[in-house]
Design a binder for this molecule. Sequence first.
Ligand code: DQA
Length: 148
Amino acid sequence: MTSILVVNGPNLGRLGSREPEIYGSDTLADIEAMLQEQAGEGWSLECVQSDDEAELIALMHRAVDTQTPVILNPAAFSHYSYALRDACAMVTSAGVPLIEVHLSNPHAREEFRHHSVISAVATGVIAGFGKDSYRLALEQMMTLVGRH
Ligand code: DQA
């Protein structure tokens, strides 16, 4: 069975109550349940959320070692974590796809959100569609990796 790692960065554990006018009213558990249903039986989805940069980096190292495709919402780390960026670069340079996801469209928000240091090393980026950003990312990841 093919595994896919779904990783959410800082403050995304607060979805549902965190600025719902921007991020929607679904909790992260709601989004993860939606993805599990979408993945169905043939895929093993591992969903992890962490506010800790070191833990996110360790997850990218594990993805390299296990050749596990990654769907990542780096949250605020998108905008300034060169360390997470370098870990993501290891994933994609190992030939493992990594899709960067955002619920909101950071380009339509404050200026500090306009640049993601992750995007240049991601396989692709999906932003601005709320929880559907994750749905689209998973659909594309399953297409990229192929059905097993
Ligand atoms: C976010 C956008 C980031 O700018 C922000 O820091 C987040 C969430 C999004 O999903 O829209 O925490 O990644």
